[in-house]
Design a protein around this ligand. Sequence first.
Ligand code: AMP
Length: 211
Amino acid sequence: MRVILLGPPGAGKGTQAAAVKERFQIPHISTGDMLREHVKEGTELGRKAKEYMDGGKLVPDDLIIAMMEDRLSKEDCAGGFLLDGFPRTLPQAEALDRLLSKMGIKLDGVVLLDVSDDVVVERLSGRRVCRSCGAIYHVSFHPSSRGDLCEACGGELYQRDDDREEVIRRRLKVYHEQTAPLESYYEGKGLLRRVSGEGATDAVLKVLQGN
Ligand code: AMP
């Protein structure tokens, strides 16, 4: 199963991906998570990417493409993968096509998780993340019973810099301008499936199982 999850920030790609990963036993590859790890580790890529990420802008294509060429050539991707947050621009999609054809493999599908901008802002501006274990909460929809501390590990809950409202609006603008064109790109290849991101958290899995 080789799948791309497309959709705006806050569509619930990470949550949907978890169900798919468990069912198909394939790696969930999130470029956002990979980049945050680089920032945390203080690598050269992390230092270059941080400024773009904090500002809600896209990290340059050449950096992302090199990172993904490396990741997709790892052994755990041989049986399939679920891409989340990549590709995000037309040049990235074209680079992925070239890479996959070099590897002699094809995509099985691209699932678009559809949500309105208002829902995205409500979800992301209330999101809080545990600094220690990465658990995710929401101030209204899923608050921690321990206030500003993580229920699971007691770690401090914080708001990602890019989850501030003005940055969310910028990320949405970037999505509509640079990533939304990928919908017609994959539609043209007959690969696109649309799923509401405002329904069940296993909606993507259900669509893929119906394949
Ligand atoms: P995410 O967690 O997927 O929302 O990603 C967080 C941030 O990482 C984005 O706002 C971008 O700055 C950067 N990023 C993640 N994936 C990509 C990508 N494929 N291309 C460019 N920038 C990316």
